[in-house]
Design a protein around this ligand. Structure first.
Ligand SMILES: Nc1ncnc2c1ncn2[C@@H]1O[C@H](COP(=O)(O)OP(=O)(O)O)[C@@H](O)[C@H]1O
Ligand SMILES: [Mg+2]
Length: 172
């Protein structure tokens, strides 16, 4: 088991493919509730990667950046687990950029969102120092058109996702 995985993404579509690969790894693990944080400067590609991830999880329609609304919720169905109806999970795409004080995320009611039952994808987690520990931290560094993305696990559940990603990459 390893707890980090790095991927060089030569262009935007490569970053999107990596987002989709993360989605496949989540599916392969039964879509567990996870807290995933995304680190990187403005324009690094956090929203781009999350958008591709949500799209690959089956989200239809427009996937807005949550910069203004703070939280965008999505229902992700887990087709195939149950005959006749699908059970699913809620995914929350969150952007804390506009936060300035450490407790603002609690005042905003995000304690209920980050309750451990959902898939939470959080941009600018450093604006909320009291957030629970992330299962996966995704760090994106930009260089012209390319991006270096490093995924690090902060829990056993996160490590399982990284293992899955690593084995999918070695099959490819
Ligand atoms: N390799 C790449 N990966 C991701 N985005 C890229 C890449 N190259 C250029 N871009 C551009 O960088 C910007 C990333 O924006 P966005 O995803 O909103 O960043 P963030 O959410 O980190 O502020 C987009 O305009 C995108 O087209
Ligand atoms: Mg963004």
């Amino acid at each position: 088991m390893t707890d980090t995985l790095s991927r060089h993404c030569a262009d935007e579509s490569a970053t999107s493919r990596f987002g989709a690969a993360i989605a496949s790894a989540l599916r392969a693990g039964g879509l567990p509730p996870l807290l995933i944080t995304l680190h990187g400067d403005l324009g690094a590609g956090k929203t781009t990667l999350v958008r591709a991830l949500l799209r690959a999880l089956g989200v239809r329609g427009r996937i807005k950046s949550p910069s203004y609304a703070l939280v965008e919720p999505y229902t992700i169905s887990n087709d195939g687990l149950e005959f006749n109806h699908s059970i699913g999970i809620t995914a929350y795409h969150i952007d804390l950029y506009r936060f300035s004080s450490p407790d603002e995320w609690l005042d905003a009611g995000l304690g209920d969102v980050l309750d451990g039952n959902s898939l939470c994808l959080v941009e600018w987690p450093e604006r909320a120092p009291g957030l629970p520990r992330a299962d996966l931290e995704i760090r994106i560094a930009a260089h012209d058109a390319s991006r270096d993305v490093v995924v690090r696990a902060g829990s056993r559940a996160g490590m399982a996702v990284i293992d899955q990603l690593a084995s999918a990459a070695s099959d490819a």
